[in-house]
Design a binder for this molecule. Structure first.
Ligand code: PEP
Ligand code: MG
Length: 552
């Protein structure tokens, strides 16, 4: 049986399925008919076993992990929680419900305190989930801890889970949800993990079955024949292109900077070897997905300096923390939202925690002053002139030489003539710009068909930004995944984009395609695409122009 989805990259992997256990859900609040004394004993046993397991794990963890796990073990046996559970059971609650409610009470006390205390809320929730899983006799939610390598299958996988996957163990990931530009897909791509996302039928993949995950074909083959397995093993898991080192340029010499999207400074060496001329996007939130407290200025300065040094005097664009939606950072607080992509995300969360933003800008300014790199710093999720002014003024006040914004909220693109002149540079985030323009959640496999940056509505917004950038004489980048599509990259250049930033493995192909096109050709293709009526039409129209056009 073959299951289709959206392949991330082109690798192929063969392995045995291990499913991620799903969250347990809230235990029903129903009157218990069990004996309260026996119910309480069950809870005592579950909590004791939970504490013992956490203590055992603390013994193998690193410094930060040990501290957290040991604290969680204490929470599991906290007398105040246990007292609450006992009274709730006496009131007629089930063991599971009593555990859930008692821990929730403490979470609600800590949540508004913010900072370190708010960071403990997730730890308490985790302890409660562990105890409830034991009471129900089901596995703990999360990535399975196995001794042998496996193919991880999940309904969805949070970026924080993806970032922490043990790459020695996880051969590939298959998720039911997730579009091509979800952060999980982006992380998988940057880690060279074989992945197929948005596989509506993946529920048939049960623990222990053998699968081939073929990202290039966007397919998962269940119970493959021996010959197919042999062929897949021969194809191997990781695909890397070899990059020429010439700077990115069109056929007529028009320069187009080809930059790398990175999630951490230690990805710099690979990016350089694949032909990156600098960095077009460092997603700094990826560095702190598992952090419980805001990183200190000094620790941040060290990491940013490491990155700037790796690129010598070249351009490095760093984006300040883009927390929210699927990338929650504990130290920026987290209130559950119905539609988190439309909620307190990016600059909105940072503005509420200005001290965290100031610390990050200060660390970046110090790193800038310690190196000769061309550091450019931008803010995510800027919606209008007010937010643009706020960030640009703050960045300059903190001593940064070049400050700009990401244009990924449609309102900002529509107002390009107002916001662009305020900036030293701008970069278009096509992942979010597409999601918000087409009103299609980039995390939902069911609407992945709308997530097409070729849509003329998206291209017209890019054109507005390109025009405003040319008028203001500043660089206009694209740092969404769309920049890695060679034909679309040409269209972007035709719309006024000057820099393209992408996963480093995509650089070679984009560089080669740009080198075969002149600026008038790129403009003709862009013009054809923006006048199309659909994404498919735009793609076809842009492709059709190439053979006919002659440069002047
Ligand atoms: C984007 O939205 O296109 C972008 C580059 O940012 P992210 O994918 O991190 O949201
Ligand atoms: Mg974005």
């Amino acid at each position: 049986m073959r299951i289709s989805g959206i392949g991330i990259g082109r690798g192929v992997a063969v392995g045995v399925v291990a499913r991620m256990s799903e969250p347990l859900g809230e235990p029903a609040d129903v009157e218990s008919d069990a004996d309260p004394v026996e119910e309480y004993r069950r809870v005592e046993r579950a909590l004791r076993a939970t504490a013992a397991e956490l203590t055992e794990r603390a013994g193998h963890a690193d410094d930060e992990g040990r501290e957290v796990l040991a604290a969680q073990a204490l929470m599991a046996e906290d007398p105040a929680v246990i007292e609450d559970i006992e009274s709730l059971i006496a009131e007629g609650k089930t063991a599971e419900r009593a555990v859930f409610e008692a821990f929730r009470t403490f979470q609600r006390v800590l949540e508004p305190m913010g900072g370190y205390m708010a960071g403990r809320v997730a730890d308490l929730r985790d302890v409660a989930q562990r105890a409830i899983a034991r009471l129900r006799g089901v596995p703990m939610p999360g990535v399975p801890a196995l001794d042998t390598p496996f193919v991880l299958v999940a309904h969805d996988l949070a970026p924080a889970d993806t970032a922490m996957l043990d790459l020695e163990k996880v051969l590939a990931i298959v998720t039911r949800d997730g579009g091509p530009t979800s952060h999980t897909a982006i992380l998988a791509r940057s880690k060279g993990l074989v992945a197929v996302v948005g596989t509506a039928d993946s529920d048939v993949l049960v623990n222990g079955s053998t699968v081939i995950v073929d990202a290039g074909a966007g397919q998962v083959v269940l119970d493959p024949a021996e010959a197919e397995i042999a062929a897949a093993r021969a194809a191997g898991g990781r695909v890397h292109a070899v990059a020429p080192s010439s700077p990115g340029a069109l056929k007529d010499g028009t320069r187009v900077a080809l930059l790398a999207n990175l999630g951490a400074p230690d990805e710099a060496a690979d990016a350089v070897s694949l032909g990156a001329e600098g960095v077009g996007l460092l997603r700094t939130e990826f560095l702190y997905l598992d952090a419980r407290q805001a990183p200190s200025v000094d620790l941040q300065r060290q990491r940013y300096t490491e990155l700037l040094r790796a690129f010598g005097g070249k351009k490095v664009v760093v984006r300040v923390l883009d927390a929210g939606a699927d990338k929650q950072l504990r130290f920026l607080g987290h209130t559950p939202e119905e539609n988190p992509a439309l909620g307190r995300r990016g600059i909105r969360a940072l503005r509420e925690h200005e001290s965290v933003l100031r610390d990050q800008l200060s660390a970046l300014a110090q790193a800038q002053n310690e190196t000769d790199a061309d550091l450019q710093v931008m803010a995510p999720m800027i919606a209008d002139v007010d937010e643009t002014r706020y960030f640009i003024e703050l960045g300059r006040e903190m001593g940064l030489a070049k400050v700009g914004i990401t244009i990924e909220v449609p309102s900002c693109a529509v107002l390009a003539d107002q916001v662009v002149p305020l900036c030293d540079f701008v970069s278009i985030g096509t992942n979010d710009l597409t999601q918000y323009t087409l009103a299609a959640d980039r995390l939902l496999g069911s609407v992945a068909g709308y997530q097409d940056p070729w849509h003329p509505a998206v291209l017209r917004l890019v054109e507005l930004v390109g025009d405003a950038g040319s008028a203001a004489g500043i660089s206009v980048g694209v740092c969404g995944e769309a920049a890695a599509d060679p034909l679309l990259a040409v269209v972007f250049v035709g719309l006024g984009v000057t820099d393209l930033s992408m996963s480093p493995t995509a650089l070679a192909e984009v560089r080669e395609t740009l080198a075969g096109v002149t600026l008038p050709e790129a403009r003709s293709r862009a013009k054809a695409a923006v006048h199309a009526t659909s994404a498919a039409g735009a793609r076809a129209a842009a492709a059709a122009v190439l053979p006919r056009h002659r440069s002047r």
